[in-house]
Design a protein around this ligand. Structure first.
Ligand SMILES: Cc1cc2nc3c(=O)[nH]c(=O)nc-3n(C[C@H](O)[C@H](O)[C@H](O)COP(=O)(O)OP(=O)(O)OC[C@H]3O[C@@H](n4cnc5c(N)ncnc54)[C@H](O)[C@@H]3O)c2cc1C
Length: 403
């Protein structure tokens, strides 16, 4: 029999995450949506609590929890490890507020990137820093192979030059994982990631964006002019193997895409739960024992949205579970991200519609969740790019053959 319940050993953690979402995030959710660019200071105290939770869990429980174990660890037994527990707690926290989750100190996508590709020695040096992740440039978004930021070896340092845009937590983080090319003529294999600490000369925050959603989270444009970082700050291997393509840095996405899918699942559940309450207040019952199409149209639409949510939830758990078990999960990570990003966007908007004018107003958080959800279908690879990756994997095509 397949058991689709969350394993008991991670339920304590998810309950803690849910309490944080309910008692800390929800009460300040609207406040920081309206006050874009002001730092949610309530998160500092919370970050200390989460650091304590991290210390109690093998390999950490937050963004750092995505570190991989080798296949076969555990004597052949399947594991429910930190990828699964991280994704499950992120779902809970984003049920509270996704913008605030993205503003949590030391829980940046850069932290997950460090955990994914750093050596043990680098993890010891950088693991305590709050790290954001800078891939996107003015001339490079979906096609990350087009990165123009350069890294040139000069003695014991790399010298970085370039411009990065749309960096989540780019202003507030203490360090940034910057993707740059060692040699543009060698193509995607020469793209590496570098940890650049704030305060390094030549590294500046140029501006903050005003956004549709996740307004509690800062989104920054960064400039690098002759920024020198020790050569030990290159994450992963400095070797360039053109025959292996993008391997190294792309590995990060296998771990971070399930996290973003988890964020989407959390927002979708928040919208569904509140809508269910509003429907009940309006006297509309949702009855799972009767065919959906024989019920009130709103109840039928709600049941269809819940089915979409379940599919996104299960795909996301599967992608994280595969990572815990040292199994390749690029296909499943993209499937989860594509399904969850699309489902959250559609579900949140449908919930706004089902709640009518109440759903559209600021008296409820439904309209905010509809705005917040959209980014989850864009960053860490858009809907279209995830579908492209899934198609390539299923059809056995290369990125040159199908683009
Ligand atoms: C709020 C916010 C936060 C962000 N945070 C970060 C961050 O922390 N770090 C970071 O590096 N980036 C971040 N991004 C950038 C984000 O990852 C990019 O916006 C995204 O990758 C898309 O790139 P683009 O905007 O250049 O769009 P483009 O790549 O120009 O794409 C435009 C449209 O064309 C579609 N498209 C592109 N290529 C294809 C194709 N081959 N087939 C079909 N359709 C295609 C895309 O899906 C999209 O709909 C953030 C963006 C936002 C808005």
């Amino acid at each position: 029999m397949i058991n689709l319940e969350l394993p008991r050993k991670i339920r304590g953690l998810t309950q803690q995450a849910h309490s944080v979402a309910e008692q800390v995030f929800r009460p300040i959710s609207r406040q920081y949506d309206l006050a874009e660019h002001s730092y949610p200071k309530e998160l500092d105290m919370l970050a200390a609590v989460i650091d304590g939770m991290d210390a109690a869990v093998e390999h950490g429980s937050g963004a750092a929890g995505v570190r991989r174990v080798e296949a076969g660890d555990g004597g052949g037994a399947v594991r429910n490890g930190t990828n699964l527990s991280t994704v499950a707690s992120i779902m809970e926290l984003c049920w509270g507020d996704v913008g605030l989750l993205l503003s949590m100190p030391r829980q940046g996508l850069g932290n997950a990137a460090v955990a994914s590709v750093a050596s043990e020695e680098q993890l010891a040096r950088f693991g305590h820093l709050w790290a954001s992740m800078a891939i996107t440039e003015p001339e490079c978004g979906s096609d990350s192979a087009a990165i123009r930021t350069t890294a040139r070896l000069d003695g014991d340092h790399y010298v970085l030059n370039g411009e990065k845009i749309y960096v989540t937590a780019g202003e507030r983080s203490e360090a940034v994982v910057v993707w740059a090319t060692l040699d543009r003529s060698l193509g995607r294999a020469a793209i590496k990631s570098f940890l650049v600490e704030k305060g390094t000369p030549g590294f500046t925050v140029e501006r903050l964006e005003d956004k549709l959603g996740i307004r509690a989270s800062d989104t920054a444009a960064l400039r690098l002019v002759d920024v020198r970082v020790p050569r030990e700050n290159l994450l992963g291997s400095p070797e360039v193997h053109p025959e292996r393509g993008f391997g190294g840095v792309m590995q990060t996405f296998d771990n971070t895409r399930p996290l973003v899918a988890g964020m989407a699942v959390g927002v979708a559940r928040a919208a569904l739960e509140r809508t269910r309450e509003l429907l009940a207040e309006a006297g509309i019952d949702v009855d799972y024992d009767r065919p959906a199409l024989g019920q009130h149209a709103a109840a039928a639409a709600f049941i269809a949205a819940e089915a979409d949510y379940e599919a996104a939830y299960l795909l996301t758990l599967r992608a994280a579970w595969l990572a815990d078990n040292g199994t390749p999960n690029s296909l499943e990570a993209s499937m989860a991200k594509a399904k969850a990003g699309r489902a959250a966007t559609e579900i949140a908007l449908r919930c706004v519609a089902l709640a009518g004018s109440v759903g559209y107003g600021e008296g409820e958080l439904l309209e905010k969740w509809a705005r917040d959800a959209k980014i989850l279908d864009i960053f860490e690879g858009t809907q279209q790019i995830q579908q492209l990756i899934v198609a390539r994997r299923l059809l056995g095509k290369t990125s040159q053959e199908l683009r």
